[in-house]
Design a protein around this ligand. Structure first.
Ligand code: NAG
Ligand code: NAG
Ligand code: NAG
Ligand code: NAG
Ligand code: NAG
Ligand code: NAG
Ligand code: NAG
Ligand code: NAG
Ligand code: NAG
Ligand code: NAG
Ligand code: NAG
Length: 469
């Protein structure tokens, strides 16, 4: 399981977080490892009146992310080995060419190196050329942009807005437009190079885990009867998704990934369960989530609440939180697809739950494994667990207040409810209904009632963005 490429994904690709964006009045953008935001809850708009800051950040992030879109796999400078520019591609980032024995007499061009020289793993060391192609960075931005634009759209009592129009533009460019669409497969994801390479690896399926965020966003548009989200685009995206689901469930790369015992398997189920919701296959989604909870989940949390498949990694603090994010997302997907289900108290074979796993991670000092910068990764998991299991003793809120007192300004404070905290009330929207318009007015009044971020926390969150990938 613990192949080097698995963990190459840790720091695989990273979109330089934009430091300028970390202005004192806006939390630095956080890309959660994954999440499923209940579209019914968002569409109803009954947000707590302490979520004004979270809403402002969501709007600011939606606008910030949108500025770099639309994205398409066809813009990369190098096509996949299929020569089809519509094929998604990413390179395994810790693999380096060794041209020692190939017998060339003159210097090889990069293109010759990619196919001629054997590639060897140097774990933890990035090959600097890994960002020559950045389909993964484009997809990460796309998935966050769709989620945050859908949330920003929901804050307005409208059937069309700049935010929903952004989503249509982005979905069209990545999935549908005849010139720029992506083929519905991941045959060249986390590809190894060299004479024996040129094919994808199953770990590359993780690249598209953000499909869950996209599905959350589209379901919000549907629930709010968005007029920009036409029957035509809905039908086309469903057709694409149906083909991609078939690839995931029948291609060996997809089936191997969902059979992985660790976070890779958990995130693979995230994708499948969410995509089945998108194509209105609710029984199929329930089935997929149940397959997770009665399958690999059973071995993921032991009796002491630790996650053995993540604990053995070089970055155990990151990986424990990473898999927690995936397990939480699977629970949210199942609860949404089958409201009679109780994913939060499904126990593993050792009798433990997602809450036990979080409680265990809360006792871990990230500095012990040299992961002080990854501490920010636990906060979204704490907020999620506190909102689902309750916080009768206040220990979750105490932990958040200690390390991340700005947590009520973070986007997930909007949907991780009930959760204590938040003193800044939204003035621009009717908090009860969420139907006012914090949109433009909030964006222009950001300076007013917000607080200054400690630089250290800003840095930690930015690291969280990176590590979360
Ligand atoms: C916010 O909601 C709480 C209860 O949910 C209520 O006690 C408080 O008065 C509300 N504040 C405003 C400004 O509406
Ligand atoms: C590089 O290739 C040479 C020649 O094939 C081989 O002797 C050497 O061990 C390789 N180096 C690594 C790090 O694999
Ligand atoms: C073979 O190609 C590699 C990569 O371009 C280069 O570093 C090396 O110097 C070349 N060998 C010779 C003898 O030119
Ligand atoms: C993704 O968005 C960030 C801003 O958050 C930007 O700096 C980066 O260039 C974008 N990357 C791509 C591939 O669009
Ligand atoms: C939302 O818009 C609809 C249709 O324009 C209107 O009937 C309704 O009163 C509005 N709701 C609020 C809370 O403003
Ligand atoms: C899409 O592009 C292909 C090849 O570029 C072309 O043959 C086909 O007619 C186009 N389809 C549409 C609907 O434009
Ligand atoms: C969307 O349309 C449906 C069916 O016409 C209606 O029942 C529902 O109330 C509408 N939702 C919103 C948020 O307007
Ligand atoms: C549930 O999944 C199993 C395989 O895991 C499959 O055989 C069965 O047809 C699925 N049922 C539904 C309703 O999708
Ligand atoms: C749980 O897993 C951790 C990490 O692999 C291990 O150190 C611990 O001993 C395990 N606990 C039990 C009771 O097996
Ligand atoms: C899970 O929770 C539900 C209701 O919240 C309860 O009926 C059920 O007994 C619980 N199951 C376990 C195993 O604790
Ligand atoms: C980790 O180390 C940093 C800097 O050395 C320190 O500020 C932080 O409190 C430490 N974290 C824990 C949980 O001890």
């Amino acid at each position: 399981m613990l192949t080097p490429t698995l963990f190459s994904l840790f720091f695989a690709v990273f979109i330089q977080p934009s430091i300028e964006f970390a202005r004192a009045d806006v939390l630095p953008f956080t890309s959660y490892a994954n999440d499923f935001v209940d579209p019914t809850y968002i569409a109803a708009g009954n947000f707590v009146n302490t979520s004004g800051e979270a809403q402002k950040n969501i709007i600011a992030w939606a606008e910030h992310l949108s500025a770099s879109g639309p994205w398409s796999v066809t813009t990369k400078p190098i096509a996949a080995p299929s020569k089809d520019k519509h094929d998604y591609m990413s390179w395994a980032p810790y693999w380096w060419p060794n041209c020692t024995g190939v017998g060339n007499t003159t210097e090889l061009t990069p293109q010759q190196i990619w196919v001629t020289c054997p590639y060897v793993n140097r774990d933890g060391q990035f090959n600097p050329d890994r960002l020559t192609i950045n389909d993964i960075g484009g997809f990460f931005n796309l998935s966050d942009a769709v989620l945050y634009n859908a949330l920003a759209f929901s804050f307005e009592n409208k059937t069309s807005s700049i935010y929903s129009q952004n989503i249509v533009k982005f979905i069209d460019a990545w999935f549908l437009n005849n010139n720029t669409y992506m083929n519905p497969n991941l045959n060249y994801a986390q590809m190894e190079r060299g004479p024996n390479g040129q094919v994808g690896t199953h770990t590359g399926v993780l690249d598209l885990k953000g499909m869950v965020k996209i599905v959350s966003g589209i379901l919000i548009l549907r629930k709010r009867n968005c007029t920009d989200w036409t029957t035509e685009i809905d039908t086309q995206l469903n057709a694409w998704t149906t083909k991609y689901i078939t690839w995931l469930e029948t291609n060996k790369l997809g089936t191997d990934e969902c059979a992985s015992l660790n976070n890779h398997g958990s995130f693979c189920f995230n994708q499948l369960a969410a995509l089945k919701l998108l194509v209105n296959d609710v029984p199929g989604s329930v089935n997929t989530s149940n397959t997770f909870f009665h399958g690999i989940y059973q071995g993921q949390i032991n009796s002491t609440g630790d996650q053995p498949f993540e604990a053995s990694r070089t970055h155990p603090y990151h990986y424990r939180n990473y898999n927690l994010g995936a397990m939480i997302t699977n629970a949210r997907l199942l609860k949404y697809a089958d409201p009679t289900s109780n994913p939060w108290n499904i126990t593993t074979k050792d009798g433990t739950t997602i809450q036990d796993a979080l409680n265990m991670v809360m006792t871990v000092d990230p500095n012990k494994s040299g992961e002080g910068d990854a501490v920010a990764e636990i906060y979204p998991n704490i907020a999620a667990v506190a909102s689902e299991y309750g916080d009768p003793t206040g220990k979750y809120v105490a932990f958040l207040n200690k390390g991340f007192p700005e947590y009520p300004s973070d986007a997930d404070f909007l949907w991780d409810q009930p959760l204590a905290g938040g003193s800044v009330e939204s003035s621009a929207s009717d908090p009860k209904t969420g139907t006012g318009s914090p949109g433009k007015s909030a964006a222009t009044t950001l300076q007013k009632d917000s607080r200054t971020l400690l630089p250290a926390i800003g840095a930690a969150l930015l690291m969280g963005v990176v590590a979360g990938w």
